[in-house]
Ligand binder design. Structure first.
Ligand SMILES: [Zn+2]
Length: 386
């Protein structure tokens, strides 16, 4: 048992997963980070989480101090989400908003708040989708207020105390924020109190069952499942209207409305603990797979995001280039390596595809060539649990 309590439910019930101490980690803005850290599962609420120790807080502060969102992109553009069949890509926030559009009326005037607005990518997507809405952004660390205020439709940009905002928002978005927050229930309660009576909160978080690489992100302190996320929301007075792992692959989408506070039964602790143990073992296998091709020249790593950077860090930089299908990234450098499009890859190159097998095998098929070695990851039980 750990001395730190669960940061989700506050119980003194964390059970640590010892294998995490050897894990090659990365930051959420896709930079290599040192090995180590502490991962645990709560026996009371079953939420998988980083242990929020003073060391974790220091690391998170150091990561955010050097934060460079979408640094791999030559233009600083938002990460694209790709339709696996058509290869059609668009900004991820547009994909989410279009998928949940049945939960609000985009043709009527409404007040919208983006919690964790960053550089304003979601605000821009919302304005394109609902031009009549009055948009506000909140971020505790605003870097460029003027550029946020210049976005069409934006009527307010806030930092400081969240509860200081004027309540009555019809839609609040919270995309890729909750997994960073050490007091997620308090944040959800504050968001709930800012909603209008019929307002909805849209939450987007990673789903580690379908993307084991999420566990390697040092500054992600909670690793939710649909069940643990819904239980957390219920404990904050929010009732799920939509809970999906298919709006964006390998992520969880929650649309929730105001309700009485409820305590839902947690998912099975042992099943969660076993799955995390298995995931860490799989990640260790991915590192071994990467090392097995480290002698190949030239060697490319497919993907310049979390998984690719973890593999590149595990190789200690012993590779020649990244390959990315995201057009906004091609031509940039990351970890000192050029990012090539698939067409630019030399015919005789060896390629490591450190992706979840469900997408990695399809990618490997597209990259295959007579002179090439394309190496994928071991099998994983994506979608089998949760
Ligand atoms: Zn807990």
């Amino acid at each position: 048992m750990s001395v730190e309590p669960c940061h989700v439910c506050a119980a003194d019930a964390l059970v640590e997963v010892a294998a995490y101490g050897a894990q090659q980690r990365v930051t959420s803005d896709c930079r290599p980070w040192r090995q180590g850290g502490r991962l645990a599962v709560c026996r009371a609420c079953s939420t998988v989480q980083k242990v929020i120790s003073p060391e974790w807080c220091e690391e998170a502060d150091a990561i955010y101090a050097g934060y460079q969102l979408y640094a791999q992109s030559a233009t600083g553009a938002e990460q694209y989400s790709f339709d696996p069949s058509s290869g059609f890509g668009q900004p991820r926030s547009t994909t989410i908003l279009e998928a949940v559009a049945g939960h609000f009326d985009k043709t009527r005037e409404a007040r919208f708040l983006d919690l964790g607005c960053g550089v304003g990518v979601t605000l821009r997507s919302v304005h394109a989708l609902a031009p009549s809405w009055r948009l506000e952004g909140y971020d505790p660390n605003i870097k460029d207020r003027a550029s946020l205020e210049a976005i069409s439709g934006v009527v307010g940009v806030h930092d400081g105390a969240l509860e200081g905002l004027t309540a009555g928002f019809d839609v609040i978005s919270c995309f890729h924020v909750l997994e960073h927050i050490v007091s997620p229930r308090e944040t959800l309660k504050k968001a709930r109190d800012l909603l209008s009576e019929r307002g909805v909160l849209i939450v987007q978080v990673p789903y580690f069952h379908d993307n084991a690489f999420d566990l390697t992100i040092a500054d992600h302190c909670s690793h939710f499942t649909p069940d643990t996320l819904a239980a957390l929301a219920a404990s904050a007075g929010l009732e799920a209207r939509l809970l999906s792992v298919s709006v964006v692959r390998r992520e969880i989408t929650l649309v929730a409305a105001k309700a009485e506070i409820r305590h839902l039964a947690p998912p099975d602790f042992q099943a969660e603990f076993d799955l995390v143990t298995e995931a860490l073992s799989w990640l260790a296998d991915v590192v071994e797979t990467a090392k097995s091709v480290s002698h190949a020249k030239p060697l490319g790593i497919f993907g310049s995001s979390i998984a690719g950077v973890m593999a590149g860090a595990a190789l200690d930089g012993a590779f020649d280039f990244f390959i990315d299908e995201d057009p906004t990234r091609v031509g940039a450098h990351h970890m000192g390596k050029p990012i090539l499009s698939p067409r630019e890859v030399p015919a005789e190159a060896s390629i490591l595809v450190p992706l979840m097998p469900s997408i990695g095998l399809a990618v490997a098929g597209r990259l295959a060539g007579p002179l090439r070695t394309v190496v994928t990851t071991p099998r994983w039980r994506e979608g089998a649990v949760g």
